[in-house]
Design a protein around this ligand. Structure first.
Ligand code: GTP
Ligand code: MG
Length: 335
């Protein structure tokens, strides 16, 4: 390993705040050096407990994350927080509020807070967030909390990769449970009804219960429902205890490793898809070629089904050093 990379890795492992910031920016921008970095960091990961928290805009996620972080600090555990910026513009004010609220931890070296920009490239967000969690894990954070707004598939993908997924609902949003995307209800290991100081918390609880009675999870876990008032710090110890319970359940049943294997399976497929596509587009099919093929299809000179078969079929093992002869043959096959 080059000595500057070694030094960078050492700084990150020591939890140096500026190195963490730089590492995550490199990942966020998907710069090539981020891969070398992640390769070196991977050996030092696998210790942190990653907790994903998701819910509708304004549900109180940041307030809850903030309180949970306090709770973990009381238990003398170090915490990394990744707040994935919501894309919806109307939550802009709340984000600013987050930053100010979260400043209260600023003096505490045991907490590192980072927000991830969506950068308009949603596909890369799940990758960037999980890789950022890897960095915080390598930095020795005991707990990594990831906050996302549960509005899109990408956000669901992010929290699904966490060890524990907390779905936050609030009372008073009409037929809340029914209108919340089915996908987000299914990923909950723990439900939180935040803003339980408001009317209707019991009704939300009943709705979750009736929904749960319809679908039994394959691991037989029944997600508990925890009522919180995050703004007053109520219900936070109960939530922390529910997280411990779930962890213990996973351990007893030997499910933690299974869960990790299944999420790595998904991540691996995603990484392969990205890498193969990048290579395919970069080496074989430049933008003009894609445009030309697309025009061929649009004008019915070619059918897309055989085209894809041909391209994928030609994408063999000689990607690295495909000689001109092979390339020419492949070109003939494609044209
Ligand atoms: N009444 C009440 N208000 C709360 C509670 N928890 C949070 N809030 C308030 O709800 C508002 C939104 O809280 P946030 O923590 O910013 O919510 P969020 O889900 O992170 O919001 P986005 O990140 O913008 O989606 C703030 O004004 C909080 O003070 C609660 O338990 N009860
Ligand atoms: Mg927030």
């Amino acid at each position: 390993m080059p000595s500057d990379l070694q030094h960078f890795v050492d700084r990150i492992r020591a939890g140096d705040v500026r190195s963490l910031a730089r590492a995550i920016s490199t990942i966020e921008d998907n710069r090539p050096e981020s891969r070398e970095l992640l390769k070196s960091l991977f050996n030092f990961t696998g210790r942190a407990q990653v907790i994903g928290l998701t819910g509708a805009p304004g549900a109180g996620k940041s307030t809850l994350v903030d309180q949970l972080a306090r709770e973990y600090r009381r238990q003398e555990r170090t915490v990394g927080i990744i707040a994935v910026d919501p894309t919806s513009p109307y939550t802009g004010g709340a984000i600013l509020g987050d930053r100010i609220r979260m400043q209260s931890h600023h003096a505490d070296a045991g907490i590192y807070i980072r927000s991830m920009a969506t950068r308009g490239n949603l596909g890369g967000l799940a990758r960037a967030t999980t890789d950022a969690a890897t960095v915080l894990d390598a930095a020795g954070k005991d707990i990594v909390l990831i906050e996302t707004v549960g509005v899109g598939q990408d956000e669901i993908d992010i929290v699904r990769l966490a060890d524990v997924t907390v779905v936050i609902l609030v009372p008073g949003m009409g037929d809340d449970v029914q209108t919340i995307k089915a996908g987000i209800m299914e990923i909950a290991d723990i439900f939180v009804i935040n803003k339980s100081d408001r009317e209707g918390a019991d009704r939300v609880e009943r709705e979750i219960r009736s929904m749960q009675s319809l679908a039994i999870r394959s691991d037989k876990w029944t997600p508990p429902i925890i009522k919180t008032v995050a703004s007053e710090g109520r219900g936070i110890t109960e939530l922390a205890a529910a997280i411990v319970n779930y962890e213990q359940f996973l351990q007893q049943k030997d499910l933690l490793l299974k869960k990790k294997i299944s999420s790595w399976r998904e991540r691996l497929i995603e990484m392969l898809r990205d890498a193969l596509l990048e290579r395919l587009l970069g080496e074989r099919l430049p933008e003009e070629e894609i445009a030309r093929l697309a025009a061929d299809i649009a004008e019915h000179r070619r059918d897309p089904y055989s085209l894809v078969e041909e391209i994928v079929g030609s994408f063999g093992g000689n990607i690295h050093h495909g000689d001109t002869e092979t390339r020419r043959q492949e070109k003939v096959r494609i044209d």
